[in-house]
Design a protein. Structure first.
Length: 352
């Protein structure tokens, strides 16, 4: 059985400036931003890598300790090996802040959100020209919302990022159990689901994006027991309540369950395969940690795997209802996001 996740300090890596074979220039803005972040996050350990050779950057990335937060503002030639996927795989709970120079106005907000979606980063700092041609920065979230709009002040950007990090630290696990991130689909054999659950990572049958027999998995499955309470991960407003499986949902080969889509700062979180609390309806407001329902056994036949689970999906802000299915051999739906980082972050919060 995997060991209990350990509490961790915030280890923040900031990468900026230009990197190439000869040695690129550092960024004055990123240096100022790092100093402002140090003031906004006095308990964090910050490391700045600002310009230089690509080889030195790769070596720095390889040697750096456990990264909890990464701000990637580096200018690296496109034909060089990508370093971000390596870090993301090594630290699945890492909060990734990316950036985009949009001073020529070539990218719409929709295009920027699409870039975030493809790179699986939680935040993006957009640089643009203000009315007086002064550099301004906006902070966009993976939920397709704007946390800060067109600020010329570096301190405002740092303060906004710190507030977003605090929000991630405040996320509540939807099941009141010890959660273990794992890629092992068979680890359930040694789990006691009365006190434990799993957060499936890539390779696990319950992970986001896993190819199933008739569709691609639209969310993440957290195993539990019938009747387990389900809690809201963050504050938000109920968008829709509807049948999720069973006869009313058009899938009679599963038991009758419901889903509840709640829109908050992280986007729309859809809690499926549950019995929803009777008084919750569209427009209802919930707070983080509020009871919203209970788990229901969804699988009618015992095939040797857990039959009761919370199916959690994530959507961009403004999504009116969950999708019915992610069809095989198709691209990820534009409104759909991976909730894994939120779950891992909630499971490993409690820095020190």
């Amino acid at each position: 059985m995997q060991s209990k996740p350990q509490a961790r300090t915030m280890r923040f890596l900031v990468v900026g400036g230009t990197f190439n074979a000869e040695g690129g220039r550092p960024s004055g803005y990123i240096k100022k931003l790092t100093l402002a972040l140090a003031d906004a996050l006095p308990k964090a350990t910050l490391t700045l890598v600002n310009g230089g050779t690509y080889d030195a950057l790769a070596a720095e990335i390889e040697a750096v300790g456990a990264v909890t937060h990464l701000a990637w503002f580096a200018d690296v030639p496109n034909d060089y090996p990508k370093l971000l996927p390596v870090l993301k795989k090594r630290y699945p709970a890492m909060i990734l802040v990316a950036s985009k120079n949009n001073r020529k106005g070539l990218y719409t907000r929709e295009a920027l959100y699409a870039r975030m979606h493809a790179a699986r980063n939680e935040l993006l700092v957009e640089f643009a020209d203000g009315p007086d041609s002064r550099l301004v920065a906006s902070v966009l979230t993976a939920g397709a919302s704007v946390a800060l709009e067109a600020s010329p002040a570096v301190e405002a950007v740092a303060s906004c990022l710190a507030a977003e990090f605090e929000r991630y630290q405040s996320l509540v696990l939807p099941l009141a159990k010890q959660a273990y991130p794992t890629s092992d689909s068979e680890s359930f054999i040694s789990r006691d689901f009365s006190t434990e659950t799993e957060i499936p990572l890539a390779g696990h049958v319950g992970a986001f994006g896993t190819v199933r027999k008739n569709h691609i998995h639209e969310g993440v499955d957290l195993y539990g027991q019938p009747g387990d309470p389900v809690y809201a991960m963050e504050a938000g407003r109920v968008v829709v309540r509807q049948p999720f499986t069973g006869v009313a949902a058009g899938s009679p080969w599963w038991a009758d369950t419901e889903s509840l889509l709640i829109e908050g700062a992280s986007g729309g979180l859809n809690y499926g395969e549950i019995a929803v609390r009777s008084d919750l309806e569209p427009g209802s407001l919930v707070v983080a940690g509020e009871l919203i329902g209970h788990l229901v056994t969804v699988l009618l036949k015992d095939k040797g795997r857990p039959r009761t689970m919370l199916h959690l999906e994530r959507y961009v802000i403004g999504t009116p209802a969950p999708i019915r299915e992610w069809p095989l051999d198709t691209n990820q739906p534009a409104c759909l996001r991976d909730p894994t980082a939120l779950l891992v972050q909630a499971a490993t919060k409690g820095v020190e």
